[in-house]
Write a protein that binds this ligand. Sequence first.
Ligand SMILES: [Zn+2]
Length: 282
Amino acid sequence: MAVRRWFGLALLAGLLCVLYGCGKNTQNSAGSAYSGSAGQADFFGDTAAGLIDPPLEDQSSDTSGQIQRLAGVRICLDPGHGVTTASAQEPISPLSQETKAAYVSGASGSSQTEEAVNLAVAQLTRIELEALGAQVVMTRQSHEATVSNIERAQIANDAGVDLCIRIHADGSEDSTVSGMSMQVPAGELLGTPEIEQPSARAAEIILEEVTVATGAYNRGLVQRSDLTGFNWSEVPCVLLEMGFLSNPQDDAKLATEQYRQQIASGIVSGVCRWIEGEKSEP
Ligand SMILES: [Zn+2]
């Protein structure tokens, strides 16, 4: 009897795994189920760092009927900030001795912190990207996280992603200021100047898609030469400012699941359009 009962429980557990995905949202899920092509499993299959949550199965064999528009595409999602007590300085560029704070706490709304909004949108975006066959690496998966801006760039670099999307929300002393913008790498301190053009193309397309999906005001692209995360990036990298937590309307919208989902869907539409454009480049 005991054996039969155990077998029944094992069957039930297996079924639940299939339905909900074993360890889908847990860090350090044991072993690696990822079975990417040769030479690609190094970073995405390494769960030791606690940052990688490999897809359950080879996405190219997806049988759900969903079009795998992003099969073979690697994306880093970098939800800005994190809860930490750490304090340190780090050089703003591999080409400079100047330093900036490695950990910054971010903006605040009336009932939410920026890091929490950033993480929530990143997680929704990740689900959509993976559904389309993309491989996603996250710079953090929990509120408590001590990840410097150089470390964030290095996670994307080491994973060899096609694009790193940094997800942030703004704050301003003027509570009437609202809308979305994209910051892009530029300037003399870029360690890898080649990322400037593809980053700008990605930023423009993704911002367009996100503002269409949400109805938010498009504040356009902002070139930044002083961001550590850009200057250390060796892969195309963009930073979305999803709205102003200092603006009551933006803050209220960003607190809703529906609006966060619209942002995620807009990001993914933009990634699809950008990737297809890059592939068709001569
Ligand atoms: Zn921020």
